[in-house]
Design a protein around this ligand. Structure first.
Ligand code: SAH
Length: 357
């Protein structure tokens, strides 16, 4: 694989262009084109400079391979990386703006039992530029530019554990929020983690005021360990302390994700558990009805059960919402699309069909 130009900050790009013996303003021109989602071969500079860039860097680090549109307007994409790996992303339209869900790794090694992204383990980390290119591509697809964005909000909730790819994710966050670039405000970015405690402390020191989101899904360490192996390493108590530190440092309220799984975590005792863990803390609880993954033997709850659980939390004084379920008809949950595509490829191979496209 060639290098990825979108990994570079503007300053790094400027140094590169100067090292080529080119004028400084060329860097601005190239940066602007890249931020508008252009391929390197489409940048309007001399053929010589374009040729040099294309020789050294990937022309198009990610390609939108397929788009699926849900009846509710949500779009889901399968992206192909330069090395042939597949990742996925989602674009959701809300009243206040448009949110894109990005992936941070190919696969995942966290092993959560309800999640499709982790089925085949971790393949590799994405580079900062590969994460940024997802945003640039979808912004351009929807007619956005660097100055007039079609993507206004980001959630790092696609495939992968962002804090398990810490350095690349931080670099991505700096580049996507940089003034002069696509410049998405950190306040409009949510980073979701299964709870890698030392990395939460590190994130608090980075001075990036994003929304920290923790995948909690249970109220006791034993219960949590049943579906989330990471719970054996870090306790809920340690996670809550790290969140408290994050709030102290950034002044940002944190969010807990709680996916409702039938028979696992949605009885009154669980609501009481959440209330005693979280009451009085500067946090919000986001309930989600489990998106059933066919490789996994876990079931979702009815809407009525979900609202009952929400009611219990509210009565107990927690700030909580039930997230509208969107995109369920297009494999909306983490990793479902890629998993089904990989399965198709395997079946095709077994049928002696090597042309997987
Ligand atoms: N690795 C990060 C980000 C991944 S996914 C994390 O664990 O937070 C974003 C959210 O979707 C997480 O809360 C994750 O637990 C949840 N999730 C994954 N698969 C799901 C499914 N099938 N149904 C509902 N929520 C799911």
């Amino acid at each position: 694989m060639k290098k990825i130009l979108q990994d570079l900050s503007f300053e790094e790009l400027e140094n590169l262009i100067l090292s080529y013996g080119e004028k400084k303003f060329r860097a601005q021109q190239i940066y602007g084109a890249v931020m508008r989602g252009k391929k390197l071969s489409e940048i309007n500079v001399s053929a010589e400079l374009r040729g040099r860039l294309c020789e050294e860097f990937e022309n198009e680090p990610i390609v939108i391979e397929q788009t699926f549109t849900s009846s509710d307007g949500t779009e889901k994409y399968l992206f192909r990386l330069a090395d042939g790996n597949l990742i996925e992303g989602v674009f959701m339209k809300y009243k206040y703006g448009n949110t894109q869900c990005v992936s941070t790794q190919v696969g995942c090694r966290m092993g959560c039992k309800f999640c499709a992204s982790t089925l085949g383990g971790l393949v590799r980390n994405l580079t900062a530029g590969e994460i940024l290119c997802q945003v640039l591509a979808i912004n351009a697809l929807h007619g956005g530019t660097d100055k007039n964005r079609a993507v206004t909000n980001l959630v790092l909730m696609g495939s992968g554990e962002p804090l398990d790819n810490y350095d690349n994710v931080i670099k991505f966050l700096r580049n996507v929020t940089a003034e002069g670039g696509i410049n998405i405000s950190a306040r409009n970015i949510s980073l979701s983690t299964c709870g890698l405690v030392p990395k939460i402390y590190a994130l608090a020191e980075e001075n990036i005021p994003l929304n920290l989101t923790i995948s909690l899904h249970q109220t006791t360490d034993e219960g949590r360990a049943r579906t989330m192996p990471v719970a054996k390493k870090y306790s809920i108590d340690e996670i809550l302390k790290a969140c408290g530190y994050y709030f102290e440092k950034t002044g940002r309220r944190y969010i807990f994700e709680y996916s409702l799984i039938a028979g696992e975590n949605c009885e009154k005792e669980h609501a009481d558990g959440l209330i005693s863990l979280l009451k009085g803390k500067p946090c919000h609880v986001n309930l989600i009805r489990l998106n059933e993954v066919k490789e996994r033997n876990l079931n979702t709850v009815t809407e009525k059960q979900a609202y009952r659980f929400l009611g219990l939390l509210e009565k107990g004084g927690l700030s909580a919402t039930l997230r509208r379920q969107i995109g369920a008809d297009i494999g909306g949950a983490c990793g479902q699309l890629r998993a089904s595509r990989l399965k198709e490829q395997k079946e095709d191979k077994n049928n002696g069909n090597s042309d997987i496209r």
